[in-house]
Design a protein around this ligand. Sequence first.
Ligand code: FAD
Length: 506
Amino acid sequence: MQLQEMNRSDSNITEVDVTVVGSGFAGTIAAMCLKQMGYSVAVIERGKHPRFSIGESSTPIADMILRTLSESYNLPFLKTMSRYGTWQKHHPDVVCGLKRGFSYYPHKKGEWFESNAGHENELLVAASFDDENSDTNWLRSDTDHFLAKKVVELGVELWEESEVTSAERENGNWNLHYQKGGKTFSIQSKWIIDATGSSHFSNTFFGANSSPDGFETNSSAVFTHFENAGHWLDYLTQNEFNTNDYPYNPDHSALHQLIEEGWIWMLRFNNDRLSVGIVTDHNSHVINEELAQYWNEIISQYPSVEKIFDNAQLTPVPGRFIHSGRLQRKLNKSYGDGWFALSHTYGFVDPLHSTGIAYSLCGVERILSQFKQRKFSNSENIISQDKLDKELRLIDKIVSSSYLSRPHFKLFGASVMLYFITSIRYEQSRLRGEIPDTFLCAGDSDLIAIVEETHSDIKKWNRSGRDPQAAESLISVIRKRIAPYNPVGLMDPAKKNMYSHTAIEL
Ligand SMILES: Cc1cc2nc3c(=O)[nH]c(=O)nc-3n(C[C@H](O)[C@H](O)[C@H](O)COP(=O)(O)OP(=O)(O)OC[C@H]3O[C@@H](n4cnc5c(N)ncnc54)[C@H](O)[C@@H]3O)c2cc1C
């Protein structure tokens, strides 16, 4: 469907309070909430919906924020998006996938996947009790298109296929020029929100610099979408693995296949499309080949994974493999005179543990609260940037711990619990009606100390020969450390790596 853009003549200068640059889910949601607050808003988008976009697996935290935004800004469809069941009921045409939790399976080069009755090489962590209330894999082309249509329905001006060519600040206003179809248009606005999801715009127009410095994680991704890919559960049952006590079907989850070079994500949608990406740990492996060849070379070394792709074809869109380049990046400023960068524009760590959507929505919620309370002072902005830094640092430490522990799957499983305890802590606070001021409670010093200490221990273990016995001792230490934050029995050996529910009463 074509988005209806408002009619305008070349000579028009649009005057609005806020210009949002970028209409991904964060930009569109921010624009709609601002509009509901009474601000006049314009959105400028370089592409045209529906367009391919990566970053698809949602989490309970993202769902909770969507529900709060829905109520706070009277946008009921955001609530329906927050649970798989309601989304299916109200918007079955917007393609998505059921996501019951996070599943992890380690693979060794040249060997078929192996496990045992105790599920030692499997880890399944359910977030929700049932399909109805579960998370969702968002087919971003559909989701973002849906949101963009809602933006237009609300009366927000959305300019697609538009490229900003200049932005000058004068007398407390931005004079912004953009090109569309070979013509130049102007917008005058008080604020610009950079929702482009990358550093380029803030670098070009606000002089903010992006750098990967300081991140422990060092990775990049090669990704695409497939159709007709086999189901992992079929592979497991056909090969007589015991899946009777699985809390859910792993094809209905964020499926992680751990490989020696890094890991592979598999996110399935209801139309049998599969989002797949190989994420490589650059501390041990670098990509320097042609991408399709690289994909084939990696996959062919892991026979059980390769099996899934026996009959698979690339989907027409994107129809190719895409290389992200190094994923870690952070701007040196998140705000300036009359401008703000949203979270994913400010920085990113890695897709491992699917923090992106929730982290982005957390930042949207915070910026909206600034606009709601008209808190634009320098000190407010400094505090806000400090929070973003804490969040990125925490995510980095959690993700890096998982990369470093990958050679020992049980230790990897323990490292993953760092993500779950911080998520649970955050979710429980929200359930009590307290909105934590940082994503994953990145401002909670006791929790941070656990993550930092564990990261440091895992780093030492990794550097000093990866001794299996030392790994076992470290696992016991981690179990004790997380105990005060573990109301759901994580790392309980009796559960045999099968966790049926971690998000409490969501
Ligand atoms: C490889 C990879 C995998 C990921 N996987 C996950 C995952 O599984 N789960 C998860 O939660 N998160 C994931 N993420 C993170 C997720 O992609 C982001 O959190 C999310 O996309 C942020 O949304 P956004 O709207 O801020 O930015 P984006 O989705 O990047 O949207 C930005 C929009 O701005 C537009 N734009 C860009 N430049 C300009 C410009 N100059 N002018 C106008 N418009 C412009 C773009 O066309 C786009 O429409 C992943 C990220 C990567 C890189």
